[in-house]
Ligand binder design. Sequence first.
Ligand SMILES: [Zn+2]
Ligand SMILES: [Zn+2]
Length: 353
Amino acid sequence: MKTYGFAATSCDAPLAPFSFERRELRDNDIAMDILYCGVCHSDLHQARNDWGCSQYPMVPGHEIVGRVTATGKAVTRYKVGDAVAVGCMVDSCQTCDQCRKGEEQLCREGNTPTYNDKDRITGERTYGGYSKHLVVREEFALKVPETLDLSRAAPLLCAGITTYSPLRTWNIGPGSRVGVIGLGGLGHMAVKLASGMGAEVTVLSRSNAKAKDALALGADRLLVSTDDTAMAKAASSFDLIIDTVPVKHDLNSYMPLLDVDGTLVLVGQIGPLNEPSTVPLIIGRRRIAGSPIGGIAQTQEMLDFCGRKNILPDCEMIRMDQINAAFDRLERSDVHYRFVIDMATLTPDTAAA
Ligand SMILES: [Zn+2]
Ligand SMILES: [Zn+2]
């Protein structure tokens, strides 16, 4: 199937129109028209080869929402016209212990990322959602609840599940005390989801500037992390802190905020941190943990939860040809809180222009 999208052709080239092929439908594949695709911070990292594993041309995008246009003959879960979504992975071995538990993101053989990887059968490159069409095996497609506004649902597929999964791992619910560091794409979803689960939510920020925004998103308060008195007063008062900061940073001022057995879970920075002290870890039996996205079953659970509670990211819709400007703004954290590409703006003309 011929299709088109926008691709990075090298680490320093702007994204540009790109024509390519999607595979013919296998028996367990669905084909979809992509309607919306979120712009994740990792798209920017990957396009610019910040993690050293990028291959070009690369079509980024792993927050994908659309409608089914065709189904392979063994497909049972979807029919033409269904609203579907695809997140950060499109395949896994399906046989290891983690896959059998529904934790495909932790597949022992490694899951197959939606872009910048290889198809497990043919070895062809995987291309992401900055494009018009997608073919995916049905096991890696998600149902989007019809109550959700499709134009805002896409960021749930990465920012949503990345913050939902640790909230579930650490059993967050009514009465839980949750802190959120960083109020970007991930952070604002962490606030909405934790608050939707009934937790008491505090945004940790370097200044008071985002206090109004934090409360509007559902937080109970903002704690200024540079205010030593306020920080000392908040010692031992959190069960879980979700740290969404996507760059190297310092954890030492945050760790004493955790109660005994409390956990700070990293979901943003993939790479080094400033040296953390073990003192608050040992003295308070506190933990530093990490968490990647979530499995397919949990991603569906998250979408259904958001459908019931009408939880949606705050999005800024852009045209496909605005993607390079959007990357520049993302780099400056100048977005409230997630860019979403309206794929109706990607036409053969845009792609050829
Ligand atoms: Zn992402
Ligand atoms: Zn596996």
